[in-house]
Design a protein around this ligand. Structure first.
Ligand code: ADP
Length: 176
């Protein structure tokens, strides 16, 4: 059984087996969640990302894919980096956003992570409308864990009240 939970806060302050990073394809850091994770997690994460770039991920990580590294000084065992799509008004990229959640959970299961914290992928710098991003996040996580997962908790960690309300609307079971 996997429980879906929702908290308001800074994802870098969370304690979980795996913390998901809304990374960019370079894997070499950026703003938003990415910047915060590298700042608080320390240089070990960037070092591990550089090693990935020097190995199987020479061209970086494709949109919708996920890969794990150490979590450095974060209170977690792993950071799972995933690259959300930039929102487009002319092209439906929903499947790529869904893929971020699916692939991150697949990686989490491979690692043996039981608790996984997700940010609201693509809803910051990448411009995805919050309500739609929340819907895709919750629907995809529900469907993925229903198909079989050893993850016991998927925690959505959102920054502000607006994001909290957007996720809560799709999570009728949580206490508000
Ligand atoms: P993307 O580039 O995928 O849009 P961002 O990091 O810019 O990713 O933003 C993703 C979401 O995470 C946004 O809703 C943003 O408000 C939120 N966010 C930014 N920093 C943090 C943080 N430290 N903890 C939790 N959520 C955050």
């Amino acid at each position: 059984m996997t429980t879906l939970t929702l908290v308001r806060g800074d994802i870098t302050q969370q304690s979980a087996d795996a913390i998901v990073n809304a990374a960019n394809s370079s894997l070499l850091g950026g703003g938003g969640v990415d910047g915060a994770i590298h700042r608080r997690g320390g240089p070990a994460i960037l070092e591990a990302c550089r090693a990935l770039r020097a190995g199987h991920y020479g061209k970086g990580l494709s949109t919708g894919r996920a890969v794990a590294t150490t979590a450095g000084r974060l209170d977690a065992r792993w950071v799972i980096h995933t690259v959300g799509p930039v929102h487009s008004t002319t092209e439906d990229r929903s499947e790529l956003l869904a893929s971020c959640y699916r692939e991150s959970l697949r990686v989490a299961d491979e690692l043996g992570a039981r608790t996984v914290a997700f940010p609201a992928i693509s809803t910051g710098i990448y411009g995805w409308p919050l309500d739609d991003g929340a819907r895709i996040a919750v629907e995809t996580v529900r469907a993925t864990v229903a198909a079989g997962s050893a993850v016991t908790e998927v925690r959505f960690v959102v920054f502000d009240d607006r994001a909290y309300a957007a996720f809560a609307a799709h999570l009728p079971d949580i206490s508000k």
